[in-house]
Design a binder for this molecule. Structure first.
Ligand code: GLA
Length: 530
């Protein structure tokens, strides 16, 4: 046997031994790998169990971050718990964490519509890189990291002042008229849009018929500086300069905040900074403040609202600048009874309006009973106008304007004033309808009759004439009528005018009947005498 053979033999025996060793070793590894694979996910889970509190920071695109908290409980692949968005707790209806990928679904109910928000995340070290999907919106990406349960809680409750009556500021003797950014622009409002609206308010003729305020709603806010002063975000580089611009047009400018730590859109609120913020607004030249409850509800109860709003009422007054005070707490705690006492010039009486008939109908026809609480300087506010935003017919928008006028509601346009159709202009700038809204006596509207889909409501005006709206809530055109006797003008010679057709109507006989289009109105002004 030569060396080579030996070698070969040895090699072969070695090979045999090697292969037998290799076989055993391989088997061992296979077993290890197998057991790793079967146990692996459990081991990985043990290392990255997501159970606990997380905070997700989503960029808002203007330099701010919106925080969402997660209280997660993981068991195997399944993840349960809740999503905490400000005051809202959304239960997680679906949750998995597989191979480092988190998938959560939470259901949010808004104005009785349910929507599903999805959260998809992958682990990156100790953090989660997450994408949030909301129906109808572009997905937004951000980073989540672990936090304590306390971080999701609101700050401690601050003591409230004893109640007293804030003196009347003498403003808003008739319902405020102007424009507000929220209905059309929501989070997209910026300096350029506000300047554009001021220009358009003048150019369109709206200023000439009484519209005055250019109101910036939520999402102008930046963080607080080292001294606690509120700043603007990058959509509003210089609020003072913007106010100067609006003032130079002969208009006034409004802003938005809330008594809670966060506004409804999750921006910085005035909590604990009321006086400081009021001074900042005054220094910028602000003429109007909408003050929105939202996250204050996590700290205070409804019965605290009067004291909470009084704090800002006092703060605004102490600045010495005339600032209209607009309360926004959705008509809770019978605000119409104490709104004037906190220095309120107007108070929201309902939840948010939307640009559709159901929303308009629900809000508009449910306001008559509280009309008696409106008076010069202090107005019920059934929310801003949707006229011209495209979700309703012209007849529906005429109903919107007519109802708001009869209710002596603030007329705050919520559309893009830079490109209004002639029809939209004719509705927003109907001076005969505006005159009813702005009537100096502000006598409460009264329901004359309700019959199926027909509603007749009337309001006595300062010049002793009566404005009467014949409304048809039905889906088909219908005849709606009123007996002149119901208006206390019977037996007299009457003149009547149709305020949408801008023409006189025949006012002989005992009764007037009109064909009113679906969801429409015939609005008359009736006077005794020639
Ligand atoms: C609330 C108000 C709205 C608007 C938004 C802004 O929903 O009712 O009018 O101000 O907040 O976030």
């Amino acid at each position: 046997m030569n060396k080579t053979d030996l070698h070969e033999f040895r090699d072969s025996s070695f090979d045999f031994r090697l292969s037998s060793f290799a076989f055993r070793t391989a088997l061992k590894y296979i077993l290890v790998v197998f057991s790793f694979l079967s146990l692996g996910p459990r081991l990985v889970v043990a290392q990255t169990d997501l159970t606990g509190f997380w905070v997700l920071r989503l960029p808002t695109g203007d330099g701010n971050y919106r925080e969402t908290f997660f209280d997660l409980k993981q068991s195997g692949d399944a993840v349960a718990g809740k999503v905490l968005q400000g005051a809202r707790e959304l239960p997680i209806s679906e949750g998995t964490f597989k191979s480092g990928h988190l998938h959560l679904v939470a259901t949010v109910r808004f104005q009785s519509v349910e929507r599903q928000i999805t959260y998809d995340g992958t682990t990156e070290g100790t953090k989660l890189s997450m994408t949030v999907g909301f129906p109808g919106r572009d997905p937004v990406a951000g980073t989540a990291e672990r936090t304590s349960p306390e971080a999701a809680l609101p700050p401690p409750r601050l003591p409230l002042p004893a109640l007293h009556d804030v003196p009347d500021n003498g403003l808003a003797r008739t319902p405020p008229m102007g424009w507000n950014s929220w209905n059309k622009f929501a989070g997209k409002v910026d300096d350029a849009a506000v300047r554009g609206m001021a220009d358009a308010m003048v150019a369109s003729g709206m200023k000439a018929v009484g519209y005055t305020y250019i109101n910036i709603d939520d999402t102008w806010e930046g963080p607080r500086d080292a001294q606690g002063n509120i700043t603007t975000n990058r959509k509003f580089p210089d609020m003072k300069a913007l106010a100067d611009y609006v003032h130079a047009k002969g208009l006034r400018i409004g802003i938005y905040s809330g008594p809670g730590p966060k506004t409804c859109a999750g921006y910085e609120g005035s909590y604990g900074h009321e006086l400081q913020d009021a001074k900042t607004y005054a220094a910028w030249g602000i003429d109007y403040l909408k003050y929105d409850w939202c996250s204050a509800g996590r700290i205070y109860k409804d019965e605290d609202m009067q004291a909470v709003y009084q704090k800002m009422g006092d703060a605004l007054r102490s600045t010495g600048r005339p600032i209209v005070f607009s309360l926004c707490q959705y008509g809770r705690a019978e605000v119409w009874k104490w709104g004037p006492k906190v220095g309120g010039n107007l108070w929201r009486t309902t939840g948010d309006i939307s640009d559709n008939w159901k929303s308009l109908e629900n809000i508009g026809f449910s306001q008559f009973e509280i009309a008696v609480f409106a008076r010069p300087g202090h107005w019920n506010d059934p929310d801003m106008l949707e006229i011209g935003n495209g979700g309703m017919t012209a007849d529906e928008y005429r109903t919107h304007m007519s109802l708001w006028a009869l209710l002596a509601a603030p007329l705050l346009a919520g559309n893009d004033l830079r490109n209004m159709s002639e029809e939209t202009k004719s509705i927003l700038m109907n001076t005969e309808v505006i005159a009813i809204d702005q009537d100096a006596e502000a006598k409460p509207v009264q329901v004359i009759s309700r019959d199926g889909n027909s509603v007749v409501a009337a309001r006595l005006l300062q010049d002793h004439s009566t404005a009467v709206g014949l409304f048809n809530r039905g889906d088909q055109a219908a005849e709606v009528g009123v007996n002149w006797s119901a208006l206390n003008v019977a037996g007299k010679k009457l003149t009547a005018r149709d305020l949408w057709k801008h023409q006189p109507v025949e006012a002989t006989g005992d009764r007037y009947t009109a064909s009113v289009p679906a969801h429409g109105v015939v609005l008359l002004k009736v006077a005794a005498g020639p």
